[in-house]
Design a binder for this molecule. Structure first.
Ligand code: NDP
Length: 245
């Protein structure tokens, strides 16, 4: 399909998990894709190779989204490589699940630095560097609707992302729509790491499909939001959780 032919998409944290699926689905719709990663160079290159072997175009660019200078360089390199950026997907994220009283200063700072400052850094660059009529999609979480113990600081970071999204959507203009997608539990390293099977099954039973999400479930929604068909959807937070909440 060619819904995104002619567009260039920058996906942060696209070396693994949901971001890798998003990068591949955007490319399969005709977009040229920048596969950003922090440390997993080999995995990012594998995503690029998968896109290229499917007839698409992609490049891997390293940048820690929490670092404003690296994000500035990421946009510059992306534009040098593909001439422009139309679609920004702020997918890079980290999660540390601990009760608030066990959360260290480092846990707090790391999650806010990547999840909130990372989005802030890219939005600031996008303000001048994203093409007119582009799209921005930020990743939040269904946890914000569930009030689950141990997710306090993580949920706080994603609540900040949701509010930043709403306000920024009214600031940027130029035909650019800005939305958040809030997945429920998805089968990736971030969610599955150290999770007892019983807890995964309990969370899976909280939606009528009786399963957790797969990265492609989320990628399909991002593809729609990146397309011109979704242009009238702006400043929204879209749940992607099978009906969990
Ligand atoms: P994964 O842990 O599987 O992948 C995280 C990705 O983010 C990796 O590509 C990683 O790059 C990248 N990343 C981490 N830190 C940085 C950084 N500082 N700069 C640039 N990239 C970075 O996560 P998921 O795929 O599960 O999650 C993707 C997004 O979806 C996150 O924002 C998460 O909060 C959100 N989400 C996930 C849910 C889930 O159940 N999985 C549910 C709801 C929301 P590298 O490999 O190079 O380290």
């Amino acid at each position: 399909m060619n819904n995104l032919k002619g567009k260039v998409a920058l996906v942060t944290g696209a070396s693994r998990g949901i971001g890798a699926a998003i990068a591949q689905r955007l490319a399969s719709e005709g977009a040229k894709v920048i596969v950003n990663y922090a440390g997993s160079q080999e995995k990012a290159e594998q995503v690029v190779e998968a896109i290229q072997s499917n007839g698409g175009e992609a490049v891997a660019i390293q940048a820690d989204v929490s670092n404003p200078e690296e994000v500035k360089a990421l946009f510059i390199q992306a534009i040098v490589h593909f001439k422009k950026v139309d679609v920004l997907v702020n997918n890079a994220g980290v999660m540390i699940t601990k009760p608030v009283n066990h959360t260290t200063n480092e846990d707090f700072d790391h999650q806010f630095n990547v999840n909130v400052k990372g989005v802030f850094n890219t939005l600031r660059e996008a303000y001048t560097k994203l093409e007119d009529n582009g799209s921005i999609i930020n990743l939040s979480t269904t946890v914000n609707r569930l009030i689950l113990p141990t997710y306090g600081v993580y949920a706080a970071t994603k609540s900040a992302v949701e509010q930043l999204t709403r306000v920024f959507s009214k600031e940027i203009g130029r035909g650019i729509n800005v939305n958040t997608v809030a997945p429920g539990p998805v089968n990736t390293e971030l969610f599955m790491k150290d999770k007892p099977t019983a807890m995964v099954e309990r969370l899976a039973s909280m939606n009528p499909f009786g399963r957790i999400g797969e990265p492609n479930d989320i990628a399909e929604i991002i593809v729609f939001l990146a397309s011109d068909a979704a242009k009238w959807m702006n400043a929204q937070n879209i749940g992607a959780n099978g009906g969990m909440a």
